[in-house]
Design a protein around this ligand. Sequence first.
Ligand SMILES: NC(=O)c1ccc[n+]([C@@H]2O[C@H](COP(=O)([O-])OP(=O)(O)OC[C@H]3O[C@@H](n4cnc5c(N)ncnc54)[C@H](OP(=O)(O)O)[C@@H]3O)[C@@H](O)[C@H]2O)c1
Length: 362
Amino acid sequence: MPSSPDPHEADDASLPDTMLAAVTTHHGGLDAIDVRCVPRPQPGPGEVLVRVLAAGCNNTDLWTREGSYGSGSGPDAKAGWLGPLDFPRIQGGDVVGRVAAAGDPDGRGLLGTRVLVDPALYDDDSPDARPADVLGSERDGGFAEYVVAPLARVHDVGDSPLSDEQLASLPIAYGTALGMLERGGAADGDTVAVTGASGGVGLAAVQLASARGARVVAVCSGSKSDAVRAAGADVVVDRTRGSVVEDLARAAPDGYDVVVDVVAGPTLEAGLDLLRPGGRWVVAGALDGWEVRLDVRRLYLANVSLVGSTMHSPRIFDLLVDLARKGAVRPVVAATYALADVAKAQRVLAQRAHVGKLVVVP
Ligand SMILES: NC(=O)c1ccc[n+]([C@@H]2O[C@H](COP(=O)([O-])OP(=O)(O)OC[C@H]3O[C@@H](n4cnc5c(N)ncnc54)[C@H](OP(=O)(O)O)[C@@H]3O)[C@@H](O)[C@H]2O)c1
């Protein structure tokens, strides 16, 4: 539901000193998540305190908890995406909430306003800067009743027609998908393949590419094909048939302008020739294997590009907020969970039987 500033929300002494939070205590299994009372964070200068209305779940929550990103010291080293993690840590990078307090007078104008939090801090001030720090990984995130965010990273979405749960589905999955489409230059009339299309990033890419006027060929398990088609896929390839590359080739005999890939592995290894000359293979994940052998002749002889893409930039997040304000994209919410059930949500996420986003509602 759209919402206007809540006049009762204020940085007064009525805010509690403590809050409930799902605290991740170490790299490990679901037993590393402990739901407990912790001190409520205090916003400093240039920051605001946000009362969390909803927080989306992402695959990165699982990898970060497990420490599955590897590091320069070895692919099996336990690490978050930027290296060693500080514990205890409150995860949750996708936050929509209401500004409950401000660390200095600059933030007071937003008191009571519904805001979408950009989870990234960037490596420079340019519109195309890279995320260098992410909420819920390097800083405490939104699987809690309150979270602190920099004033510069909160965006007013009070007038968006999207629900809190839909807005909380946007930042990481839709930001990543939009980043992939932008970096791949996907445009009206293009043929775009999307792997992992029933997942958070993939379904977002299907919706966003379709909204741009692309013809979308989506890869997912056959049991989820109706939902993926409903999100905008023109053709669905059932990966459980075991012939993804051949089926993708049949679905687009003239080749693909862009492949949006979160799966990599054998599909990337065998699939580069699916691109038209000049085409772009944009990869942001490696669910089916990160070690890939490439014949680089396939790259240079056809002028195709292999593009790495991580999350969004300030410019891409602004585009996303614009879509959210207009309601131009409607995230699919698969299920919601109470804060006490963050571990359950992560277990369901790992099972991957759902389509769309899982959202925690404190
Ligand atoms: N670089 C970045 O900035 C960034 C940001 C967000 C996510 N990611 C990465 O992108 C990937 C997808 O994230 P997500 O949040 O969309 O995950 P998700 O919601 O779990 O969805 C992934 C989907 O991919 C399919 N899949 C799973 N394992 C597969 C395999 N071995 N081979 C082929 N398909 C498989 C599954 O659908 P079907 O069974 O229907 O095929 C699953 O639902 C993850 O690796 C994540 O870490 C990267």
